[in-house]
Design a protein around this ligand. Sequence first.
Ligand code: GCO
Length: 253
Amino acid sequence: MSRFDLGGKRALVTGSAQGIGFALAQGLAAAGAAVVLNGRDPAKLALAADRLRQSGFDVETLPFDVTDHDAARAAIDGFEAGSGAIDILVNNAGMQHRAPLEEFSAQAFDQLLQTNVASVFHVSQAVARHMIARGAGKIINIASVMTSLARPGVAPYTATKGAVGNLTKGMAADWAGKGLQCNAIAPGYFRTPLNKALTESAEFNDWLTRRTPAGRWGEVDELAGACVFLASEASSFVNGTTIYVDGGITATV
Ligand code: GCO
């Protein structure tokens, strides 16, 4: 089981003040990693860091806008120079916007591309430059069941998560030979702030519990196991893959 131990490692999780990002940071910390929380709101990050410190975890915060290439590069270069190596990167930051495609605004479409796809490039490139110099590193991108499935009203989000799945493969193509393992986790439907409109809909809850073989929503702590696996030595020969944590929804019609 020592291959799953993250002791001595440091993990940066983007968008980790709440939701899936916070749960993944908590899971990585419980496996022994020092964690670095990221978000745009320093006050929200401070509250999240305090929650994790109450469990005795080693927590730092690194606020920066993941959609800003230069800001990401500066924040990560500064952290590496001043605080130490980032061994594990979880690209979790993302957003959702739901509307019929014929009514979807160009501004919302571009914001989804910047937040869900371009951010993965900006942050991964900044971190990978240091990982490549060390010949080792773990990058875990948060995809979605929408990486392989679609449903009405979320076509642009679906496009972004499809891109995350393929960008993960591209990262593996470029960086596996340099000692990095780059993979993705595709969550099914989880009770998160991003899905608040859905969890509060009786109609959607009825559809989801019938459509999902497990018959229920996922709970965010159920994503931590796959994340610890991909962040640890236990996945040293795993590259370019996507692990679906979805209650079986992508396995069935
Ligand atoms: C939706 C949801 C999905 C999420 C889901 C799986 O509107 O269908 O927001 O798009 O991605 O939580 O990750």
